[in-house]
Design a protein around this ligand. Structure first.
Ligand code: KG4
Ligand code: ZN
Length: 342
């Protein structure tokens, strides 16, 4: 079975072909056009520019993903319908609906967060139950994956997502968008010193909150560098990056390990854009070894938004015969919640 995946929920226009069958699943192609350059001068995603750019690039990414294949060789279409930016989601959904309608093939609406979780199945043999930390620009959620299609969200952010905090701190420091990779790069600068930023552990809950940490960085800069960012030395900027990143990592690792102990989960999946961070991965691996918990990550290029993970959810939903949907009834939902379908 060949699944065409389409993902346009934020600022990546992506299309993929996934092959699924008795031998498992295989990524045939996974084309991602990143709009980074369009949004970087605004230090964040501008929704109107994002949807326009999706519209301009969507045909190109689909054609590139098809390679030499013809559209009618596709058995089904799988598309992100939320959560995400309304205008961006509409582009992918409309294109997917049109292709499925013209080819008379099934279409599968996919939740983006579920897509991030399923990115782990693209390269790993892991089976549920497991605990997943989905940590991206829009989400920070702890999800118990009881089985495929059955989830329990045990914690989520009450304000900023971890990736959003990375992007906002990067903006404050006049660094490029997206902020995560920039902060990670500067965190490795030789001679960095540690600033003791707060760790928002909130031990009474599995929810997260990163806006206080972000504000602590704002106050630190205001109080210690009254002449502004432009007068700061590189070592001061990179030390803030290092210390901020450490505070985020400590919080994510601590909370996830606490949750895996509480719910007796021996397998933990860390996915979503922020999971591309190498320091985060190292810290998770160390803690996992200590606590005898197996930690799984998608490869770095599958951590950030891509259509292969969306096609993967589509494949599993189609395999489940109960799942039937009428093409023209599909709707996008910017605030779509993770729901059970098994
Ligand atoms: O999953 P993703 O591509 O899109 C969303 O679903 O939001 O995640 C993007 C987020 C951005 O906030 C970006 O700054 C962050 O992931 N990110 C990173 C790294 N690479 C991307 N954060 C920390 N370290 C990184 N290396
Ligand atoms: Zn994402």
């Amino acid at each position: 079975m060949l699944i065409l995946g389409i993902e346009t929920s934020c600022d990546e226009t992506s299309s993929a072909i996934l092959e699924g069958g008795h031998g498992g699943i295989k990524i045939i192609s996974n084309v991602v056009f990143s709009q980074e350059k369009i949004h970087s001068k605004f230090f964040g995603v501008v929704p109107e520019f994002a949807s326009r750019a999706h519209l301009e690039k969507i045909n190109w990414v689909i054609e590139k993903a098809l390679g030499g294949k013809k559209l009618n060789q596709i058995d089904a279409v799988s598309v992100t319908v939320g959560p995400g930016l309304m205008g961006s989601l509409l582009v992918g959904k409309t294109v997917a609906q049109t292709i499925a309608y013209v080819l008379n093939k099934p279409i599968v609406p996919v939740n983006h967060i579920e897509g991030h979780i399923f990115s782990i199945f693209l390269e790993n043999k892991i089976k549920p139950p497991f605990l997943a930390l989905v940590v991206s620009g829009g989400h920070t959620e702890l999800v118990i994956v009881e089985k495929i299609g059955r989830y329990k969200v045990i914690g989520k952010t009450r304000d900023d997502a971890a990736g959003e905090a990375f992007d906002k701190v990067a903006k404050l420091l006049n660094l490029k968008y997206p902020g995560g990779p920039e902060i990670e790069r500067l965190s490795k600068t030789e001679g960095n010193y540690n600033i003791n930023f707060p760790r928002p552990y909130m031990p009474e809950t599995f929810d997260f909150s990163f806006s206080g940490l972000k504000t602590a960085v704002v106050y630190y800069v205001r109080d210690n560098f009254p002449e502004g960012i432009k007068k700061m030395k590189l070592i001061d900027i990179s030390s803030i990056c290092y210390s901020f990143q450490k505070a985020v990592i400590d919080t994510l690792v601590w909370k996830t390990i606490m949750a895996s102990k509480k719910f007796n989960m021996k397998k933990v999946v860390v996915c979503g854009g922020v999971s591309a961070n190498m320091a985060l991965r190292e810290e998770f691996v160390l803690s996992g070894k200590k606590e005898k918990i197996d930690i799984y990550f998608p490869s770095r290029k599958l951590s950030t938004d891509n259509a292969a993970m969306i096609a993967c959810v589509g494949y599993y939903k189609i395999k489940n015969a109960k799942f039937k949907i009428k093409n023209l009834e599909i709707k996008v939902d910017p605030n779509l919640k993770l729901t059970n379908w098994q």
